[in-house]
Design a protein around this ligand. Structure first.
Ligand SMILES: Nc1nc2c(c(=O)[nH]1)N[C@H]1C(S)=C(S)[C@@H](COP(=O)(O)OP(=O)(O)OC[C@H]3O[C@@H](n4cnc5c(N)ncnc54)[C@H](O)[C@@H]3O)O[C@H]1N2
Ligand code: MOO
Length: 414
């Protein structure tokens, strides 16, 4: 007999242990980065505004800054003549004061000159070209405006000292815009946890090698790395290791020096060459070996040198399902994402019945077309099934059969 599994864990119990161990063995760290590198990073602390925005009262339109009082009772039949005492482009500044009977020609974004309290849009004015009774430095306005009209007041958008972004916010283009408006050039974000990834198996080749008899290309390294990166962490492929006990043991020890969390795949079962469990027992402690799920029953969680080591089942479908269901939520949390987001789900009608093993929660890959859910009945090594899979449907451990036509929920990948 090979190694015995620990007492196999129920799904909820396994999730709880994983969550607890991740919290215990990794403490999120902040780092300060340049705003130009901040897309897709997560804020570690609140960001406060350094300045009022806008920083001055500014014109929202091209037109004439006036005293609103000058426009009362004005309309096209009853225009009002005003003297133009200055011209203001965005970025410039006027030291003139607008009094009754006067105006300053102004561009959108330019600061409102002293004395003015409203802007009349250029469309509602005439110049000398349009009305020969006007002098060169005169206009007539054709509409009335209210005080503050078309003025963006200083601090009306954001006041100095106001929280503009909370902690645990995923920075994206609009949010980076908010920071940029403040002239802030560095951001305090969560450091990405470094997650090492090792594939194990004598049969595995890198994509640099020629295919040989009995061999296959390594799927899990790149697939899991992409999954890790989607969680806001930094996945690092650390290579392929043969099923040789000492080689794998050394590789695990070496790898732990350069990462915060280690994900291995393959060698989790209890067969010849399945070494992960024994190595983790020797180097540290194993907390989970076996979860009541299908696929992915032989999943392992251990701790070595104060760091989490996960053994994902080698079959790629099992590896990605177990990663998504059990590992990704914890990595996301450590990377700074707010507590577990709702998974994206859709509902649909089963096109075929699903048989499920009693006693194991089944994650059945499915394809979805319109509202119809097609189970993909292939073994967990059939990687191509992932090309069309939209996600998976859960079949509880007490359920042996889901009938064709039943409504099911599909948990979508991403
Ligand atoms: N007698 C038993 N045999 C198996 C059992 C069992 O309970 N009793 N469980 C099966 C289940 S379920 C799974 S899942 C696998 C678990 O296997 P391991 O984690 O030990 O993985 P391997 O044996 O190393 O590989 C399984 C399969 O996956 C392929 N593989 C592995 N790594 C990769 C990779 N990086 N890229 C692509 N493909 C990979 C490997 O070639 C095998 O075909 O055990 C079952 N057996
Ligand atoms: O549990 Mo295995 O992961 O069925 O393929």
């Amino acid at each position: 007999m090979g190694v015995e599994f620990l007492k196999i864990k129920e799904v909820d119990e396994a999730k709880e242990i994983i969550n607890e161990k991740f919290n215990e063995y990794y403490t999120p760290q902040p780092e300060v980065i340049d705003i130009s590198d901040s897309n897709n990073r997560i804020t570690f602390s609140k960001i406060e505004s350094k300045i009022d925005f806008p920083p001055f009262n500014r014109s929202l339109k091209d037109g004439f800054a006036i005293k609103a009082e000058d426009s009362y009772g004005v309309n096209e039949e009853n225009p009002k003549k005003l003297k133009v005492i200055d011209f203001l482009e965005a970025g410039s500044f006027s030291d003139k004061t607008v009094e009754l009977g006067k105006s300053v020609e102004i561009s959108t974004g330019a600061p409102i000159p002293d004395g003015a309290d409203a802007v009349v849009m250029v469309e509602f004015s005439n110049r000398a070209e349009e009305n020969s009774e006007l002098e060169e430095d005169e206009i007539e306005i054709l509409t009335s405006v209210t005080p503050s009209q078309d003025i963006g007041q200083k601090g009306s958008d954001v006041k100095k000292g106001q929280v503009i972004l909370d902690e645990n916010i995923l920075l994206n283009p609009p949010k980076i815009g908010v920071i940029a408006a403040q002239g802030i050039n560095t951001v305090n974000v969560y450091k990405k946890p470094k997650v090492g990834i090792i594939s194990t198996g004598n049969e595995l080749l890198t994509n640099q090698e020629e295919l040989k008899p009995g061999k296959i290309y390594d799927v899990n390294s790149e697939m899991i790395k992409a999954g890790v990166n989607n969680c806001g962490a930094e996945g690092r492929c650390l290579g392929i290791v043969k099923d040789i006990y000492d080689d794998l043991k050394t590789k695990i020890q070496e790898s732990l020096k350069e990462c915060d969390i280690l994900l291995c795949s393959g060698g989790t079962s209890a067969g010849v060459g399945d070494n992960i469990r024994d190595i983790l027992d020797e180097l540290g402690e194993v907390y989970i070996h076996g979860i009541t799920v299908q696929p992915g029953k032989p999943t392992i969680l251990g701790v070595v040198d104060g760091k989490i080591v996960i053994g994902l089942p080698g079959n790629p479908v099992s590896a990605i399902v177990i990663f998504n269901v059990f590992v990704a939520p914890s990595i996301k949390k450590l990377a700074g994402f707010k507590e577990e987001e709702e998974q994206k789900t859709i509902k649909g009608t089963l096109a075929r019945r699903i048989h499920s093993p009693i006693g194991r929660m089944q994650y059945q890959l499915v394809r979805v077309e319109d509202d119809t859910v097609y189970p993909i009945f292939k073994d967990s090594g059939a990687i191509f099934s992932l090309a069309s899979a939209a996600g998976y449907t859960k079949v509880s451990k007490q359920t042996e059969l889901l009938e064709e036509g039943e409504e099911v929920e599909v948990i979508l990948f991403n």
